[in-house]
Design a protein around this ligand. Structure first.
Ligand code: GLN
Length: 547
């Protein structure tokens, strides 16, 4: 079958959930029996988001092949089964980089290198490449980052205009827009959407479907107006109302609006009925939880909505597996008191704590003392990446009595470098794309919490870090009750650490949050939540009920 292409642009403002909408559409098409690929095009000039602050960009999502990508790929992973790789995300930075390298190589000899056609050709090339990542891809969904009207995204829009022109019957343009409700006027306004579509039309893109993000359901009259003034069929005006319970309702809502059937009709694709029961069950569980479980996140970027996106979602998946509602309490690690009693008071009210990944020293001590509290009080603790390094250094400091144990990331001259750089990282000068990145195989030790969770001898998980546990301390640490529950295949690097005799204190050097789905919760998040439930029952008795 000829591959089809769906382009998704966004209008009016950012944060409309374009990635989520794209992922939900991807899921619906998969449920129609189609094989999809997904591509995110980002207009910024960074080669990848790897060197950006999480405050700027939110989480960096890592693929198996070690690409540091946009967090929307996390949505794609959670909703769909599409294959994600380096070819699933392209930035203006990468595109310009490729073209400029080619120019230096002499590939355009004699020519003036220009945005059109050279940059736009490279963009089109990336779209084709994404669809060739695997055999028999039926539909490629391309999400264009940014908002229509931005100067930065113009080359992308010109490229998809050309692409649509060149592949006319096989392309579909979906425009996601915002239809605000003005309280003071008591009215819904369609003008911003009209203007956004007008800009697209000036560029030569004519949306086939308009998806309207809105707070309340739109009246027939409003939809008629959008249809007439945006020049789309009335059936192609799809509303996407704010969801009540969970973002996992989005595919169900969009299906109820008929978007999947319409896409198939417009692209002449087979359109069997879709079965969304699995997703309906998820919403049912969210609506009627057995109880509430509260996790404390102790990190550096906790106030940023998206900095730990996949961690938050994975925790929700773990809670779903137990039929519980998840409540998240966020703690700024550098604001925590270090005195045990004061810390215990400051952190009060959680059934367990998670220390996520991070870079830089701010908050390091707050994290170490959180781990100490959890270890001493038998409270469930889950450390991810930096959170595992926290667990190891805390143990060295307070159990082995090596007061100045540290990571060389924070003290290069520490007498006890529990966490340090491997020799291959020592000479690294460039900071972009040079960490230990992507999937590595890890051997699990039997009779550990990790083994209990995965129930397998070998696992594959994704990494994004520079520093490692220092094996010079392995023996002393193990003797004192530090368990190395997982090691890098073929080498002796510590990938998972646990604390002997503790109900659930696990640290992982990798990022399990990149591989959890609502329909398939990650085993470590599932077991962490289960340990928190057991802890809650022990502390409060089995009296917690759903709110
Ligand atoms: N900063 C630590 C390292 O580079 C941890 C990184 C992370 O948590 N992703 O090793």
């Amino acid at each position: 079958m000829q591959t089809k292409y769906i382009f998704i642009t966004g209008g009016v403002c950012s944060s409309l959930g374009k990635g989520l909408t794209a992922a939900a559409i991807g899921l619906l098409l998969e449920k129609k029996g189609l094989k999809i690929a997904m591509l995110k095009l980002d207009p910024y000039l960074n080669v990848d988001p790897g060197t950006m602050s999480p405050f700027q960009h939110g989480e960096v999502y890592v693929t198996d092949d070690g690409a540091e990508t946009d967090l929307d790929l996390g949505h794609y992973y959670r909703y769909t089964n599409s294959f994600l790789s380096r070819a699933s995300n392209a930035t203006s930075g990468q595109i310009y980089n490729t073209v400029i390298k080619r120019e230096r190589h002499g590939d355009y000899l004699g020519k003036t290198v220009q945005v059109i056609p050279h940059i736009t050709d490279e963009i089109k090339q990336r779209i084709y490449q994404c669809g060739k990542q695997q055999e028999n891809i039926d539909v490629v969904l391309v999400e264009i980052g940014g908002t229509v009207g931005d100067i930065e995204s113009l080359p992308f829009l010109e490229a998809i205009r050309q692409f649509t022109y060149e592949n006319r019957p096989h392309c579909l343009n979906i425009h996601l827009t915002y239809v605000p409700y003005l309280k003071a006027a008591g009215e819904v306004k369609t003008k911003p959407s009209q203007h956004s579509v007008q800009i697209l039309r000036e560029i030569g893109i004519f949306p086939d479907i308009i998806v309207c993000r809105c707070e309340f359901s739109l009246s027939e009259e409003v939809k008629d107006k959008i249809s007439l003034f945006c020049n789309v069929n009335r059936r192609a005006v799809i509303e996407e109302v704010d969801v009540e319970h969970s973002i996992y309702e989005v595919p169900i809502k969009l299906h109820d609006e008929g978007i999947d059937a319409l896409i198939c009709e417009l692209l002449h694709l087979p359109s069997p009925p879709v079965d969304l029961r699995e997703w309906e069950t998820i919403i049912e569980t969210i609506r009627h939880p057995k109880g509430t479980i509260t996790v404390g996140i102790v990190g550096k970027y906790v106030q940023h909505q998206d900095a730990y996106k996949s961690v938050f979602e994975s925790l929700i998946h773990g809670a779903l597996a137990a039929g519980y509602k998840l409540q998240i309490k966020r703690f700024e690690a550098d604001k925590l008191p270090l005195d045990s009693q004061q810390l215990s008071k400051a952190l009060e009210g959680c059934d367990g704590y998670l220390v996520p990944g991070g870079f830089g020293e701010r908050g390091w001590l707050g994290k170490i003392h959180t781990a100490k509290l959890c270890r001493e009080k038998n409270i469930p603790y889950f450390g991810i990446c930096l959170g595992m390094q926290v667990l190891a250094v805390e143990f060295a400091r307070h159990v082995l009595g090596l007061d100045d144990a540290n990571s060389t990331e924070f003290d290069v001259d520490t007498k006890h470098p529990i966490i340090s750089l491997l020799s291959e990282q020592r000479g690294v000068q460039d900071l972009g794309g040079t960490m230990r990145l992507g999937a590595y195989t890890c051997d699990l030790k039997p009779s550990t919490k990790a083994y209990q969770a995965y129930k397998r001898d070998q696992i594959s998980e994704r990494h994004r870090h520079r520093y490692e546990f220092n094996n010079a301390y392995k023996e002393a640490m193990e003797k004192a009750g530090f368990i190395i529950a997982g090691t890098l295949k073929g080498e002796n690097l510590c990938e998972i650490a646990e604390i002997k005799g503790h109900p659930w204190m696990v640290g992982v050097q990798f990022h399990p949050e990149f591989k959890s789905k609502p329909t398939d919760p990650h085993p470590l998040f599932r077991d962490f939540i289960q340990a928190m439930i057991t802890h809650q029952e022990k502390v409060h008795g089995n009296t917690q009920s759903a709110e």
